[in-house]
Design a protein around this ligand. Structure first.
Ligand SMILES: *Cc1c(COP(=O)(O)O)cnc(C)c1O
Ligand SMILES: [Zn+2]
Length: 413
């Protein structure tokens, strides 16, 4: 075990469980489990970080036993790009994009599955399931393929053909779910855990989001151990935002940074249960909106697992906020990011979309240093990519003279 990981602790009743076992929800009360660490025992935090590349440089802060084999495809160490043009667009001192879409399966899900699959494999699991709007399924399938675990993925109906095909490409069994509301899915997968099926669904699985801490570690390391003022993250289940927040908090306990960022969670306006709960001061979400009306497939849901309690808590603890963005604003963010050389899917573009409204709405200020985490590549939704971008300029014969004409004169009409 990472020497510092101690046990699972239940959010609700405080019960503790041995980390040498595969646990989902608390066996006593059904609450969410969290991995607890003894960070006071760390003598030199800089000595925790190994050399090399990728997420596993931070293995000492992850709950995988030291003797376990790591299931890796090269995840982590994604670029933190400074975006000078976009920062003046937004009106902040500095803006960075943390490009977490540049992972082995094209989304930020890979850190979580590298860790969770390694962990489960070590404890002897040989078949497993998750449910997904697409990206989680592809990532899960890839890491299961790598480790020889038989994978089954239940996909939501928002998952497009390409995403479904990617899951199959990695050899998983794929089923499309029939349901009316997100809550039916949450109830069903919770039922599967109670029936003894180990689940890889965010939060029900207490290991996946631990790997998202590394996003925060990498950001702070790149900024010479200064936390940004604001971190903006798309929110589906909130596992990414929660894990990243946990990472920042750990760095502060370790003395590597001295202040914490405000966490901003973003959802599409047409289905924004987190935003609605945040704005009305509630500690958990209720069903709202219509998930079929957004192009942001990877974060489309009319409700959240376990009422979104953890992401709501992270946002409030950090003095952050929850922001809903329109479909127009998502499309514009996608093309603006694209023009600035970062090609992402709509669900990833929401972080930048939110930032463009931050000054106007008062949660962002001109001397802020902001990080927009982007989570999935543009090719994940080919039809949206085509819809939001200009069509080609025209046809030209493959002859020097014709091509020269186009280059010199611009478009033929
Ligand atoms: C899964 C996913 C999200 C949402 O992540 P959560 O951890 O469920 O909040 C956001 N963007 C993309 C591209 C995703 O694949
Ligand atoms: Zn409990």
């Amino acid at each position: 075990m990472s020497r510092y990981a101690e046990c699972y602790v239940c959010d609700d009743c405080g019960a503790e469980f041995d980390l040498q076992s595969l646990e989902n929800l608390c066996r006593l009360c059904g609450g969410l489990l969290e991995v607890r660490y003894d960070l006071d025992a760390v003598a030199d935090p800089h000595a925790l970080i190994s050399s090399g590349r990728g997420m596993w440089r931070w293995g000492q802060l992850l709950p995988l036993p030291a003797e376990a084999s790591i299931v890796t495809l090269g995840e982590g160490d994604s670029p933190l790009l400074e975006m000078p043009t976009l920062s003046s667009e937004v009106g902040v001192r500095q803006l960075f994009v943390k490009n977490d879409s540049l992972m082995p399966t094209g989304s930020f899900k890979d850190r979580g599955y590298s860790l969770a699959v390694s962990f489960a494999k070590h404890l002897g699991l040989d078949s497993a399931f998750t449910y997904s709007s697409g990206n989680a399924g592809a990532s899960f399938a890839a890491y299961c393929a790598r480790s020889g675990i038989d994978a089954t993925v239940f996909v939501e109906d928002v998952a497009n053909e390409a995403k479904r095909a990617l899951i199959s490409l990695h050899g998983a069994n794929v089923y499309q779910l029939k349901y009316q509301s997100s809550k039916e899915i949450f109830d069903a997968v919770t039922g599967l855990s109670s029936a003894g099926q180990y689940s890889f669904v965010n939060f029900i699985n207490p290991i996946r989001h631990e790997a998202m801490k590394v996003c925060a570690y990498e950001i702070c390391e790149s900024l010479d151990w200064k936390a940004p003022d604001v971190v903006v993250h798309p929110v589906g289940t909130g596992g990414g935002l929660w894990g990243t927040w946990k990472g920042f908090c750990e760095l502060r306990v370790l003395g590597l940074i001295d202040k914490l960022p405000r966490m901003i969670g973003v959802q599409p306006k047409v289905c924004a249960p987190l935003v609605e709960a945040f704005v009305s001061g509630k500690s958990s979400t209720t069903a709202t909106g219509d998930a079929s009306q957004t192009m942001a497939q990877s974060i489309a849901g009319d409700d959240m697992i376990q009422g979104g309690k953890r992401p709501l808590r992270a946002i409030r603890e950090s003095n952050g906020t929850a922001v809903a963005v329109s479909e127009d604003s998502i499309a514009r963010a996608m093309t603006d990011l694209g023009a600035a050389a970062v090609g992402v899917e709509p669900s990833a573009a929401v972080s930048y979309a939110a930032l463009t409204e931050g000054i106007r709405d008062g949660w962002l200020s001109a001397d802020d240093r902001a990080v927009a985490v982007v989570t999935g590549v543009a090719l994940k939704q080919p039809s949206v990519l085509v819809d939001v971008t200009p069509s080609i300029k025209g046809l030209v014969a493959a002859r020097t003279s014709e091509m020269l004409k186009v280059l010199n004169e611009g478009v033929e009409s």
